[in-house]
Design a protein around this ligand. Structure first.
Ligand code: 8YV
Length: 302
């Protein structure tokens, strides 16, 4: 959680830091009747079990755009409001996707390690792979996917995408299935929400379709990818490379990836700039204040 968000919540509300209570059951026994709001994030939200234990719960305000940690059906059923933080993080996440592509293809992290370790004196760094002009496939052409497409266009990349249905107003090539998209692009980017339908959307077949010259970029959620399949494809050279900001069991990252130079591994920092995290925090506060003043939510989901 953000220090700024905690401080601002503290000023306005009676804030419980749930993570500070090792005895969750005891804590809930004592406080469940008084809790009217939950502030969650990408790793901790409100599942059915928690919601059912909070009879006074009115709103779940997530410090994230992703809603996969919130039981939305349950919230709807119980009339509990839900808000998230869309738009304010779009640019950062799209910027980071491009950063991951460049870092992976041009081996920026590896060449940095090369210079730091003094190896440059012994010879030039190896040649890498060009990004400009490579075909880019995007899974999910929502706010973030579209912002990535716009940036990739500036690198003269032909863009194609997969989503549940074709976007009538899009100029990019649409593939109604992910395997065809993966077969027809060099760089495949996951930028869709995590739902039951998109869990493991990157499976062995998709990885094989992307192939030994293909690169996977994931700025969505770890569970979009069948991680053991991804690891074995990278280790066996069946996939060209990967730039990953998210993992299936964060903060655990498969150790087999640590020795590979064709992967770039980031600790879920897509929205992690001071500017954006503060804007996200302001949205959380704004939604909570609006709710308790009986005004319309700023970014309602439910
Ligand atoms: C996290 C994210 O919310 O917005 C999302 O869905 O994954 C991130 O912006 C951020 O890491 C705070 O947990």
């Amino acid at each position: 959680m953000s220090a700024y968000l905690e401080q601002e919540l503290d000023k306005r509300f009676n804030l419980f830091r749930f993570w500070n209570f090792p005895q969750k059951k005891e804590f809930l026994k004592e406080n469940s009747n008084s809790i009217r709001a939950i502030v969650g994030n990408a790793t901790a939200g409100a599942d059915a079990e928690l919601i059912d234990q909070l009879p006074s719960l009115e709103i779940v305000a997530s410090y994230s755009v992703g809603l996969d940690k919130i039981d939305l059906v349950k919230c709807k059923e119980k009339g509990i409001r839900v808000s998230n933080t869309p738009d304010v993080l779009t640019e950062d996440v799209a910027d980071l996707a491009i950063g991951l592509i460049l870092a992976t293809l041009r081996r920026i992290c590896e060449s940095d390690r090369y210079v730091r370790s003094g190896l440059w004196k012994k010879g030039d760094f190896r040649l890498t792979t060009k990004f400009s002009g490579k075909s880019v496939g995007i899974i999910g052409l929502g706010r973030i996917g579209s912002a990535i497409a716009k940036r990739a266009e500036a690198f003269s990349c032909p863009i194609s995408y997969y989503s549940r249905s074709e976007k009538q107003d899009s100029k990019y090539k649409y593939y109604p299935n992910v395997i065809d998209l993966a077969s027809n692009c060099h760089i495949l980017i996951v930028a869709c929400p995590l739902t039951d339908e998109t869990r493991h959307i990157i499976n062995r077949e998709v990885i094989d379709a992307l192939g030994p010259r293909g690169v996977l970029i994931n700025i969505g959620r770890g569970p979009h990818v069948d991680e053991p399949e991804l690891v074995s494809a990278l280790v066996e050279g069946r996939l060209g490379g990967a730039g990953l900001d998210v993992f299936e069991h964060e903060p655990e990252v498969p150790e087999q990836l640590f020795g590979l130079d064709n992967v770039v591994l980031l600790p879920h920092v897509g929205s992690g700039t001071v500017e954006t995290r503060n804007a996200m925090a302001d949205l959380v506060i704004g939604n909570l204040e609006a709710h308790f003043l009986k005004k319309p939510l700023l970014t309602p989901v439910v």
